[in-house]
Design a protein around this ligand. Structure first.
Ligand code: ATP
Ligand code: MG
Length: 580
């Protein structure tokens, strides 16, 4: 498995790891982990974290990476999420082997550690309410106040903590807190809560526990128990690091991993918080976690993204220490680059316009040769049927063509890809609407294959399909989920959902494509010539009736020119397809 590019320039985390290995810290071992909370599906931000954590382990000889479910919160977690996370990571190309762990497996050990802290006078049972605790905590500018329960005796603390565990108390009546410093400038160090009472069943430990450790208590100790050497996480945990170190120091554990923070991935035109994504799913703004518009791994997979493109994207964005927003165009670039080399080319007409070739013999069918991928001659050729009536794209015809419009127009000649030159001789319109409904053309038999023997040139090459042979299929065109690059940019008080793009999905139900596509398997990807990359939907396709998801449009030079003409200037924005 070659996941990692060996010529990558080292980032600051890799430099730290490299230095540690050189200095023989941890006996030169490198053990990393990815610790998802099973309360949602993984998104592309998690992919970044996975690529960093697992990538660093793979780059170091003997390096090991763990997958650990951080399942310390019984209320929001679910087996469904565990299974989806595993399959998403596997799909991304990583195999944790036997190193699969659950923080809930450590509940017994964590309890013992808590008892030890109490015995050492470093933790106490506090009986303030949640609001009172908040009130006592102080603010960034004001120190906190000691809880009146801070001076409880060792015996009383041990007794109460044991009874908390035994289920004698109601939720919220007591918590276990670390005894650190209520005046610390770091709010995380103001006697943080280590355990709370929750009379809730856990999806793995069921009803064994009614007290659950907090993230801060469980995370550092889980890392330590597993012998993690480098605990790599996102920047929002920077202020938790002193607590991470405090707990491990006070408990004097053998293994004290080093926490290192990096900037989380933010992508333009989408949101990356599981809570927000869950909201979109639960309130029906998308069809599910795997809706092809979602930034989830399962959404991207269904959309047609490849693991290679996602890993490549994660590589290119690099690892930094300051937060920023990555342009989603970079992700789109990565999948185009990958599929350009791999995806077979086919012809599909999304908005069909009927073209009758008047001088082509009725009933005649030719099987024309078409190259599958000009980037890779090894992908061979196929036969496509040509006959008297074909469909072309509505946008490829203009009755009154503007300047620089090199497609079909009355009296103009264009090439039908792999087929013949045709010239438009007559336009049929709907009498009511005035809409063009059919074109009549003449073809030049001397241009078979799309080349003229007399050296006559045409400026436009159109894709087409033979009407009598075409497969009629559904195509789903996707656009960004949000209309603003930063979806959180809202007017006072309104919700990020007001920035949802109402046109993020367009379903086209009567597209016409090459007949060979009737056999396209779910998950297979194609380049529809001149349109973009498409993937057969793995959920809604049926035998012989594939549904296609547009992964990304190709860059469209005409849309760019037209836009620039409209604005009187060249537009530097991301090119879109003709129809979006
Ligand atoms: P979210 O904010 O989306 O709910 P989370 O941090 O709560 O994410 P976890 O399941 O706890 O989700 O994340 C597992 C790991 O993935 C953590 O180490 C976290 O730092 C990392 N991670 C989460 N979001 C991102 C992101 N956008 N970019 C990089 N890493 C991320
Ligand atoms: Mg988290």
């Amino acid at each position: 498995m070659t996941i990692v590019d060996s010529i990558r320039p080292p980032d600051f985390i890799r430099n730290i790891v490299r230095e540690d290995v050189r200095a023989n810290k941890n006996d030169g071992r490198v053990v990393t982990r990815f610790p998802p909370e099973p309360n949602g599906y993984l998104h592309i931000g998690h992919a970044k974290s996975i690529c960093i954590n697992f990538g660093i382990a793979l780059e170091n000889e003997g390096g090991i990476y763990h997958l650990r479910f951080d399942d310390t919160n019984p209320s929001k977690e679910d087996i469904e999420y565990i299974e989806s996370i595993k399959s998403d990571i596997r799909w991304l190309g990583f195999d944790w082997g036997k190193h699969l762990y659950y923080a809930s497996d450590y509940f017994g050990k964590l309890y013992q550690y808590a008892v030890q802290l109490i015995k050492d006078g470093k933790a106490y049972v506090c009986s303030l309410s949640t609001e009172e605790i908040r009130g006592y905590r102080g603010t960034l500018t004001e120190p906190g106040k000691n809880s009146p329960y801070r001076t409880r005796s060792l015996e009383e603390n041990l007794d109460l903590f044991e009874r908390m565990r035994a289920g004698e108390f109601e939720d919220g009546s007591h918590v276990l807190r670390a005894k650190i410093d209520m005046t610390s400038p770091n709010l995380n160090m103001r006697d943080p809560v280590l355990y709370r009472i929750r009379h809730e069943s856990h999806h793995r430990t069921h009803d064994k526990w009614c007290i659950y450790p907090t993230y801060d208590f469980a995370h550092c100790l889980s890392d330590s128990i597993e012998g993690i050497t480098h605990s790599i996480c996102t920047l929002e945990f920077e202020n938790n690091r002193p607590l991470y170190d405090w707990i491990l120091n006070e408990l004097n554990v053998d293994c004290h991993p080093q926490q290192i923070e990096f900037a989380r991935l933010n992508l333009s035109y989408t949101v990356m918080s599981k809570r927000k994504l869950l909201e979109l799913v639960e309130q029906g703004y998308v069809s599910g976690w795997d809706d092809p518009r979602m930034p989830t791994i399962s959404g991207l997979r269904r959309r047609g993204y490849t693991p290679e493109a996602i890993r490549n994207f994660c590589e290119r964005i690099g690892v930094a220490k300051s937060n920023s927003i990555v342009d989603i165009a970079l992700l789109e670039h990565c999948i185009r680059e990958d599929l350009n080399l791999r995806a077979p080319r086919v012809m599909a007409v999304l908005y069909p316009l009927r073209v009758v070739i008047d001088n082509y013999p009725e009933g005649r069918v030719e099987e024309l040769d078409a190259q599958n991928n000009p980037e890779d001659p090894g992908m061979g050729t196929r036969k496509i049927p040509f006959s008297r009536v074909v469909y072309i794209e509505q946008d490829d015809f203009r009755e009154n063509p503007p300047k620089k419009f090199f497609r079909l127009a009355p009296g103009c000649e264009v090439r039908l890809k792999h087929a013949y030159y045709i010239k438009c001789v007559r336009v049929i319109k709907d009498e009511g609407t005035g809409k063009v409904i059919e074109l009549h053309c003449r073809y030049d038999p001397a241009t078979r294959g799309g080349w003229s023997s007399d050296g006559r040139k045409v400026r436009g090459t159109l894709h087409w399909v033979s009407a009598a042979h075409a497969l009629e299929a559904e195509v789903r065109l996707y656009d960004h989920l949000f209309i603003k690059a930063n979806p959180y940019d809202v007017k006072d008080g309104s919700d990020f959902k007001t920035n949802l793009n109402p046109n993020s999905l367009e379903k086209l139900t009567s597209c016409r494509m090459e007949p060979g596509l009737a056999g396209a398997r779910p998950g297979s990807r194609y380049q529809f010539l001149r349109q973009g990359y498409f993937c057969v939907d793995s959920v809604d396709s049926r035998e012989g009736a594939p549904v296609f998801n547009r992964i990304v449009p190709l860059r469209d030079s005409w849309a760019k020119i037209e836009k620039a003409q409209e604005r009187g200037s060249f537009s530097p924005t991301i090119p879109r397809s003709l129809h979006s």
